[in-house]
Every structure is written in C-alpha cells, then in structure tokens.
Write a protein of this length. Structure first.
Length: 163
C-alpha cells in the first residue's frame, strides 16, 4: 500500500474520520521528529494530557492539527507512530528475552481494501524496527493508549512472540 493509495482511501471513502476524532498519541520520538522535520516547537502541535502528549486539534475544530482542508495529512511521511500503524493497534509485553505482541484492529475503510493479515504485516515491520533500535518507544505508545482509553472498542485478532 502506497501513501497515495491509503490517503485516497481515507480521504474519499470515510472523509478521514480518524483524523477528526481521537487525537493520536505522540511518543518522544514522534515529538522530536515532527519538531525537527517541520521546524516547529512541540507546543505548536501537541497537548500534554497527564504524562503523555497528543496531537492538538485545529482551532475551532475537532480535526487533527495536521489535517488539510482537502482531508489529507500534511505530515504523512513523518506522521506519528499511532497514525503509521492505524487501523492496527498492539499491546506488548517483554517475556524473558523476547516480546509477546497482541494485535488489535479498529474497523475503518482500509479494512475493506486490505486484509487484516496484510495490515498486520505492515505494522509488524514497523514494530520490529522499533524492537531493534528503541523498544522503549513501543512501551511509551502503549502507556499513552492505556491512559487515554485508546484500546477501547478494538477487536483482538491474535498474539505472537517476536524476537
């Protein structure tokens, strides 16, 4: 799935509803990357709720700060981990020297165009990359999701062990 394919599906099929509801959680890496790439202070685009940061809403709107008037993500190539994975979510637990991942899915039009297996494989590549370079980021994401109730109303698919 290319960025243009998924953007077109989101924009044309559901009018980017996920970008108009629950704001995505921001990991420390997301904050740094977005700040550096777009030369913005985190206070410009992020709100802190308790311990975790989330993308702000546009002024006088429920839309994501980065959603264009055309319904496209202005920072797609640098978007937060939460957005990269969507509609897949995960819970992670370290067990001995490996990790157990529980995969969840949120219904959205992407699930009509791509199989859960395909979406999970795409998400798994991202997760494995973080496990290799900085697993702490995955636990940050998970903590933020728990704190905001981000795991509610998701459908559990399966669990697996990753190295």
């Amino acid at each position: 799935m290319t960025s243009s394919e998924s953007t077109k599906i989101c924009r044309d099929t559901c009018k980017s509803k996920c970008c108009k509801s629950t704001p995505p959680a921001l990991t420390s890496e997301d904050l740094t990357r977005i700040s550096n790439v777009f030369m913005m202070k985190k206070e410009e685009f992020a709100n802190k709720k308790t311990k975790w940061f989330f993308v702000k809403k546009r002024e006088n709107s429920s839309d994501c700060y980065f959603l264009s008037d055309e319904g496209e993500c202005k920072i797609y190539t640098s978007r937060p981990l939460d957005c990269q994975l969507f509609p897949i979510l995960f819970k992670i637990k370290k067990v001995d020297s490996s990790y157990v991942i529980k995969w969840y899915i949120w219904y959205c039009p992407l699930t009509d165009f791509f199989t859960p297996k395909y979406l999970i494989e795409k998400a798994k590549k991202i997760i494995v990359s973080y496990l290799e370079k900085n697993p702490k980021i995955l636990f940050e994401y998970q903590s933020a999701m728990y704190e905001t109730g981000g795991y509610k109303r998701k459908h559990f698919l399966f669990a697996e062990k990753l190295p």
